[in-house]
Design a protein around this ligand. Structure first.
Ligand code: A3P
Length: 290
């Protein structure tokens, strides 16, 4: 037995009550992850799927490479250009032993809810950039992605997906639970929430915030270049090189309010209600542009 339960034609299994895609995650890797020891200088990018993880991952990588070129030192940071899949919970069971041997600062992405991360992430105060996105746009992006991404369960209709999104029967679970669990860490000094929408509105300010948080001092000119190279258009133009065929799927619209093309008035009210009841009064909920 490799999982608590299997459902949706074996495309997902649940671990500690959260569904994950069987093609990307496994019970064995989750078990092996228990040996992972976070460090205080780890740079963690935490975000629910479709919250902009590739975008922010790229910003971080641009900041790191600019910083390293400028300081003319041998790499001091273990970024994603090294031969390792960036998501903490995706890979093989040996991954954590390899990560242990890395002598540099490590860049790690994760879609996990805070309660399912190794405890050392919090006890050792690894730096966590927490991505937030309006749940309506996130759901829209997730649905469009599910339609074309084979390892994810696919849906005949938006209405069918919406029901599963609302109860968290999608890979990595409920976004509402995700936000309320992470909200418990909203005041942790080593966690910095940032929204998709604020960076979309003012990319340079967003890039500056991220550079400051991870202590990567760069000039105004350098930061401007990072912002330019991380724009939706720049990343889309470069996507064949960076993401292969996957790029076509990933760089879809990159905007805000696309949800209006899918949500019915009833669905809009249903999501507003749950947001209002569970999240609007929380620190993270208040940050989300709703
Ligand atoms: P849309 O589907 O709404 O277009 P993730 O990387 O977590 O899978 O998130 C994917 C979403 O981020 C997609 O949203 C994608 O278009 C958007 N995205 C990717 N790069 C971006 C960028 N440079 N600027 C703005 N949005 C970006």
């Amino acid at each position: 037995v490799v999982a608590d339960t299997m459902d949706r034609e074996d495309l997902m299994f649940t671990y500690k009550g959260i569904p994950y895609p069987t093609t990307l995650c496994s019970y064995e890797v989750f078990k092996a992850m228990e040996s992972f020891e976070a460090r205080s200088d780890d740079m963690i990018l935490a975000g629910f799927p479709k919250s902009g993880t590739n975008w922010f991952g790229h910003i971080l990588l641009e900041l790191i490479t600019t910083f390293e070129k400028k300081t003319e030192v041998e790499p001091t940071i273990y970024g994603e250009e090294f031969d390792e899949f960036p998501y903490l919970e995706i890979g093989d069971t040996e991954k954590y032993q390899r990560m242990k041997k890395i002598p540099f600062r490590r860049v790690i992405r994760t879609h996990l809810m805070s309660q399912n991360l190794p405890k050392s992430v919090f006890t050792n105060k690894a730096k966590i950039l927490l991505l937030l996105r309006n749940p309506k746009d996130l759901a829209t992006s997730f649905f469009k992605f599910s339609k074309v991404m084979a390892p994810f369960p696919t849906y005949e209709s938006w209405d069918e997906f919406f029901k599963d999104f609302m109860i968290g029967n999608i890979p990595w679970g409920s976004y509402f639970t995700y936000l309320s669990e992470w909200n418990k860490h909203a005041d942790d000094g080593h966690v910095m929430p940032i929204t998709f929408e604020e960076v979309k509105e003012n990319p340079l300010l967003g890039v500056k915030k991220i550079a400051k948080f991870f202590e990567l001092p760069l000039t105004e000119e350098e930061l401007k270049k990072v912002a330019e190279r991380s724009s939706f258009q720049a990343m889309k133009n470069n996507s064949k090189e960076t993401h292969g065929v996957f790029g076509n799927v990933l760089f879809r619209k990159g905007g805000v309010s696309d949800w209006k093309s899918l949500f019915s008035e009833e669905q809009n009210q249903e999501m507003d209600k749950i947001f209002e009841e569970c999240l609007a009064q929380t620190k993270l909920g208040a940050k989300i542009k709703y």
